[in-house]
Design a protein around this ligand. Structure first.
Ligand code: ARG
Length: 588
């Protein structure tokens, strides 16, 4: 479907042409003087020079051609040469009726035919999931859904950190604590136990402890590195133990991501591409991309036009070990072979910006990707506490994700229980849903690259630009629609139509902007644009609600038009929150 602004522009362009002027001058924008008009066209001013005419004369010529227009209810030529426009309600109503029946509200699916991999989440196995990974999960999930909504085929991959020193640390520490386990017996040739010799809580206690020890004790670290090396070179018992660690961690991670309403299509990790590293390294050497530098193997990625220094991309350390970026490059190779995406999107903290610049340049230079393959790093800022510093717990440590969710949940549950009489179980379920919206919207409503302040009181407030406010608005609509049904009405039989109501017209215009907004959110990979749109839409809805007798409206056709408008608003809002990655309760 064409965008509303396109249709409006077309109409004005036609008038410019009919009046003998260049068509292109008829471009229309949303008014920046809403007190005067809804839309405006400044083309007369732009054309003045070319036609040696006062702009107001041109504007008047065009306005005259628009008097009979079915699009505009008002066209004013205003000094020095503006065209001030108001649209006809019937035109809007017809547009909304079409939106209501078109798939995806008539949005242009500009992602159609594209295949996209979104690499997000990125937790490290055996290390507890902390708030640092929260943003990646929340933003990445929304990016994935936006791309999907825009018609693209999207594959979300968690890209687990499952191959580094942390694994060696855990294995070595376990060998000290439980030396009797068969995994450490080199002569053991039987089958290893099916059950892991530890629980998730043990694992989570082992890692920080071992990591702390390794920082103080060089010999300990040496041993942990040796264990890492043994694991990576395929020692049987170490591999078996590693499998246990992965399994226990992943099932715990799944619980956490489930609670966040985050789903991955692929649960691959850094370990999955280890086998292709030697081949990839050979290829880079043979083609002359990689060369030795101080014992290490590197690919130069600096360019002449660089204004800051971009160091070479290191492929192998001097001891021959592969690095974080070697794994990322091998993963790109694998994705190109197995998935062949048109675009790869990565989410990580903005501190990894230079890192991804190096990796992307290296992937291009070594032709791991096609020249037309898009590589995109979506960086995000830090979640800060009220003191403006990275968010910490009261004890000062990094707050674990579960505790954070739990905290928001508790506040929400209390608010819900205070506000209304609801059976305990329903209150708990509702609090869970609403808490997620508070947390996610608090994050997504900011431009991702910026830092933001985690403010639990603000996020859980039912007023202002919050997820909770949006859900309240949606629940309000649901409740009106339910009452309409109780009165014997059938929502599905109502039709959007012209009404007497000014606020309804504002709401109609807000709804009509959906397609343009969503397409833009896709082009710019910007969930915050959806948030801003929803906030405006919710405000328009609430303004309408406060100004209007809806259920007590005596004029039945007027009432039915209101109901249809509310139902469409709700559908649009449902779509938006789904794309953002949360849902709405029935009541709250
Ligand atoms: N595991 C990494 C971390 O915790 C994030 C992974 C980001 N993705 C990637 N393909 N490198 O920092």
């Amino acid at each position: 479907m064409k965008k509303l602004l396109e249709l409006i522009s077309e109409e004005v362009k036609k008038a410019f042409a009919q009046a003998g002027y260049e068509e292109e001058l008829g471009r229309v924008t949303v008014s920046n003087r809403p007190d005067l008009c809804e839309y405006q066209c400044n083309g007369a001013m732009a054309g003045a020079k070319k036609y040696h005419k006062a702009p107001i004369m041109i504007a008047k010529d065009v306005a005259e051609k628009l008097q009979e227009s079915t699009v505009f209810s008002e066209v004013d030529a205003a000094a020095p040469g503006f065209l001030n426009l108001k649209v006809k309600e019937e035109f809007l109503a017809e547009y909304l009726r079409q939106m209501g029946t078109a798939p995806k509200f008539g949005m242009n699916e500009s992602g159609k035919g594209k295949k996209i991999v979104v690499d997000y989440g990125g937790p490290n196995v055996a290390k507890p999931l902390h708030v640092g990974h929260l943003r990646s999960a929340i933003i990445g999930e929304s990016i994935k859904r936006i791309c999907r909504y825009a018609g693209a085929e999207v594959i979300g991959d968690i890209h687990l950190g499952d191959w580094g020193l942390q694994m060696g640390l855990i294995i070595y520490e376990l060998s000290l604590r439980k030396p009797e386990l068969p995994y450490f017996d080199e002569n053991f040739s039987g089958e290893y136990p099916k059950e892991a010799p530890f629980t998730i809580s043990e694992l989570e206690e082992i890692y920080p402890m071992a990591s702390g020890k390794s920082k103080e004790d060089a010999a300990y670290k040496e041993k942990a590195m040796e264990a890492t090396f043994k694991l990576q070179s395929g020692v049987r018992g170490y591999r078996a133990l590693w499998n246990h660690i992965i399994k226990v961690s992943v099932s715990d991670l799944k619980k956490n991501y489930d609670r966040l309403n985050v789903e991955f299509d692929l649960w691959k990790g850094e370990s999955d591409v280890q086998e292709r590293i030697p081949g990839m390294v050979d290829y880079m050497k043979k083609e002359g991309y990689a060369h030795e530098s101080e014992g290490a193997l590197v690919v130069d990625v600096a360019r002449e036009e660089d204004t800051k220094e971009i160091p070479p991309c290191m492929i192998l350390k001097s001891d021959g070990a592969a690095l974080y970026n070697t794994t990322d490059l091998a993963t790109i190779q694998e994705r190109m072979e197995k998935i062949a995406p048109d675009k790869l999107i990565y989410l990580a903290d903005k501190r990894q910006e230079l890192y991804f610049e190096q990796v992307f340049r290296c992937a291009r230079k070594t032709k791991l990707v096609k020249p037309e393959t898009e590589l995109k790093f979506l960086s995000f800022g830090t979640m800060n506490g009220k003191d403006g510093k990275p968010f910490k717990t009261r004890q000062g440590g990094v707050l674990r994700l579960e505790y954070l969710l739990e905290e928001v949940y508790e506040v929400m549950l209390q608010k819900i229980s205070e506000n209304r009489d609801m059976p305990g179980e329903e209150a708990e379920k509702t609090a869970e849903i609403v808490a997620l919206s508070a947390l996610k919207y608090g994050d997504l409503s900011n431009q991702a690259s910026k830092d933001y302040i985690f403010d639990i009181q603000k996020f859980t407030s039912s007023e202002g630009n919050t997820g909770v406010y949006l859900l309240y608005t949606m629940v309000r609509i649901k409740s009106i629609l339910n009452k309409y049904r109780e009165q014997g009405g059938t929502v599905e039989n109502t039709q959007i139509a012209v009404t007497e109501n000014e606020a309804a017209k504002e709401l109609m215009k807000a709804i009509a902007g959906f397609g343009a907004m969503m397409e833009n959110a896709y082009q710019e990979m910007a969930p915050h644009k959806i948030c801003a749109y929803m906030y405006d839409l919710a405000n328009a809805l609430n303004h309408f609600y406060h100004e209007t007798k809806i259920l007590t409206q005596e004029n039945e056709s007027e009432k039915s038009a209101y109901i249809a408008l509310l139902a469409l608003t709700l559908q649009v809002m449902e779509t938006c929150i789904d794309v953002l990655g949360f849902s709405a309760p029935e009541r709250m």
